[in-house]
Design a protein around this ligand. Sequence first.
Ligand code: KG4
Ligand code: ZN
Length: 341
Amino acid sequence: MRVLGIETSCDETAVAVVEAAADARPVGRILANVVYSQLAEHRRFGGVVPEIAARAHLERLDGLVGAALADAGIGLGDLDGIAATGGPGLIGGVMVGVMTGKALAFAHDKPFLAINHLEGHALSVRLTEEVAFPYLLLLVSGGHCQLLTVRGPGDFTRLGTTIDDAVGECFDKTAKLLGLGFPGGPAVERAAVGGDPQRFALPRPMWRKPGCDFSFSGLKTAVRQAIEKLPAGDSRAVADLCASFQRTVGDVLVDRCGNALAASPSSTLVVAGGVAANVYLRSRLEALPARLVAPPIKLCTDNGAMIAWAGVERLRLGQVDALDFRPRPRWPLDPAAANRL
Ligand code: KG4
Ligand code: ZN
């Protein structure tokens, strides 16, 4: 089966076509994967401006659907389903993607699949790797930091979440304070190369506490205070601070995942979401007593292929959506846990 995937929940306008067997096996084939990053439009504001994002999605999306189909060498009639991110995210952008997906599905009489963006990240590893359900998932992105047991599409149990900020947000803030640019994650990772990870002692909230929850606001504040006190003329200071910050985040992620593995029905740990693109953090997680699997770096940050793949997984189970689906600004993977925090 072939599914078109549309992603518009933040600042990437992305469309992909994925092909897979109709049975329940993991691993599909990406026939097309085009991403238009709106970075240039948002950079001067130092963050994503929702209204600008929605308009940019609207301007680009039709052209990107055409480009993806051309790359795949197929027409809309050759598709078995149309998947679009239905939330959570910036609602103007989500509406653009959902309306486009619905219109294409209606006009060509194809099933429509409204995909939870977080489920896109959560299942993306199975697009490229043989990973069976259930598995433990560390989902680390700009808006989320969660540990979940993934039993299948739509079947998640949350073991822990951040009680304040997401880890990607912490990277972005650190980069902004240091003037390294936006988005912050890749900039901090680059700046940390060759830095001394032991130079700055930063707080590790939740470290060695029971449970699987996270907290990053104290670390964010400590980084700000350290930046205010950076000695002038110390050419190594930025590299050392970035390396120390990454080491601290690594310590916390390893500690929290260790607790989650002890409570997990599986010894496979999957890391996904934008922060999973960080090579240093991946190497830290490799030290855990688990089989660590991560999507290729390119599929960690937002893309259409993960939405198309989640569409494949849902279509196989007959979990299609009606055309009156309403875009959702909030959409927890484990609704029972969402009431707790
Ligand atoms: O999954 P994603 O593309 O969008 C959301 O759903 O949030 O994640 C974006 C986040 C941003 O905070 C970005 O700074 C972070 O992922 N990120 C990274 C890296 N690449 C992206 N963080 C650390 N290291 C990276 N290499
Ligand atoms: Zn994302």
